[in-house]
Design a protein. Sequence first.
Length: 336
Amino acid sequence: MWRTTYGADRSHGVRPDGRVHADSINVRPQAELARVFDPFEDAARNVGTRFDAPWTTNVEDVITDPAIDAVVVASPTPTHIDLLSRSLRAGKAVLCEKPIDLDLERVDTCQAEIGALADRVMLGFNRRFDPSFGDIRARVAAGEIGDLEQLVIISRDPAPPPADYVATSGGLFGDMTIHDFDMARFFLGEVVEVTATGANLISPDITAAGDIDGAIVVLRGASGALCSITNSRRCAFGYDQRLEAFGALGMLAAANQLPTSVRFYGAQSTEVAAPYHNFFLDRYTPAYRAEIDHFVNAVETDSVPVPGFADGRAALVLADAANESLRTAATVKVNA
């Protein structure tokens, strides 16, 4: 039996990343949710009880347990490197939520210290495992639209996050756009230029935190292909997640998803549908489950999971470049 544990949820259980990972493990027959850790007793107890798993407020119960094969780290970003490194040295594989850290120098120091153990780390860029995005990427790779010339990524949240979360999140680029940076690399490969612009039009709390609440970023791949990323911390019509891949032979596009395919037709309106999903878990639950499947398979077969540590580092490099471009109003060349 393959056994895993999952780490503390973010901000005393406010962020649901850990809970969705626990659910994904729980529904997979080949895996067992061996233990739930959270330094806050109520959060640990609640999730452990929900998934019928032992819980603890002492991380050593996880690190020192030889029966645990793998750890899912879904804790606050400043704790990622410590938990990741200690778990690896204890012989466990790690699925770590993004980002590895907000400081590239700390990421590089960690990589140097863990050495070859980095091959046992998977980064939580779950959108690579979304069925629609994955299908488009496979068809682009197969040459269906010819050489990729333009990639369009749109990612808008229904509402801004809480102010206390924004203050420690790493900002729009380090927290939200980092998923899109990874998706851009998933399609384009190496990115060589970043140009970013942002605005404060939505949330006074985000402005007060010194962050932006909307942005448009343009990336240039080594092939010359361009990618535009549009982000907003607010979207009146729900969770807006779209992607287009354009080439000489045509285009592949993924539209927003709805809870059902039901439409209303009447005298005053036609093609009336329910609102888009309003929460990232509703939209990406299949992706989270496919992500866990990939991680479990990698552990069982002793293979290298993808996306890995290097992908997490590369996405952070792009986030740093976007912040520099925003600050300088200039295009930033990217060095790996």
